[in-house]
Write a protein of this length. Structure first.
Length: 236
């Protein structure tokens, strides 16, 4: 039963986070209610049930029949599966809950960074608080956490300083400090190295398929977030 709850909760959280980021970015879309992107019809509760509403409505708005992007459905499915994975992978329920919260905040930070090329300071502060509480509850706070923040943060700060903010912004430095504190010093270099590898792979793909130009700035936050999650899981 708790497995099903974890899956459903993940799907619900994904829908909320995705729409919240888009509303915060779009100054013309400050409504508190979900609406159809085309006809602007306010959606009622049974049109917002994760996964099921999309399937029942065949991926279309009930009023104007406009096609709902499948990314909404896929994101809810992926979030649900990830939350379920965290519960099944970690024997400690508290650790699984903490990781679900950290993952959710990292998704918000990553998507916001992707759309705006900026790191949300509010989300970043919340991330650090959740990481601190999680480590404290699990009794995993040591001097190595501080070393991890300083080592990884120092490396990214050098890129920030030497590139004169062209390679990355100071928000990336702040994000790395929080994630480095979470990862700890033993894995901090792997965390940074993997983030650059993931960023390089993405850059090669977008250039190969001419999705963007070489001079276009790429948000680094998503790669930092993904790298930290991968390293954390494999370091267990």
């Amino acid at each position: 039963m708790i497995e099903l709850f974890g899956f459903v909760f993940g799907a619900v959280i994904s829908s909320y986070l995705y729409t919240t980021v888009e509303r915060n970015v779009d100054s013309k879309n400050k409504t508190l209610f979900s609406r159809c992107n085309k006809c602007k019809k306010r959606l009622v509760w049974y049109e917002l049930v994760p996964l099921l509403s999309y399937l029942i409505q065949l991926g279309k708005c009930r009023k104007c029949k406009n096609i709902i992007p499948i990314r909404y459905f896929l994101l809810e499915l992926i979030f649900g599966l990830i939350f379920l994975f965290f519960y099944l992978f970690f024997n400690n329920l508290i650790e699984a809950i903490g990781l679900c919260l950290i993952f959710s905040i990292l998704f918000y930070i990553s998507y916001y960074d992707f759309l705006t090329q900026e790191i949300s300071e509010i989300a970043l502060a919340l991330l650090f608080v959740v990481i601190l509480i999680s480590l404290f509850v699990l009794n995993n706070i040591t001097i190595l956490n501080l070393y991890g923040a300083l080592v990884s943060g120092g490396i990214i700060f050098l890129f920030y300083y030497l590139s004169k903010e062209k390679a990355m912004g100071f928000g990336d430095v702040e994000l790395v400090l929080a994630l480095g504190f979470w990862i700890g010093s033993e894995w901090s270099l792997y965390f940074i190295f993997l983030a650059f590898i993931l960023g390089g792979i993405y850059g090669a793909i977008v250039l190969l398929f001419k999705i963007s130009k070489l001079k276009d700035r790429v948000a680094f936050g998503p790669f930092l977030a993904l790298s930290s999650l991968i390293i954390y899981i494999f370091s267990i």
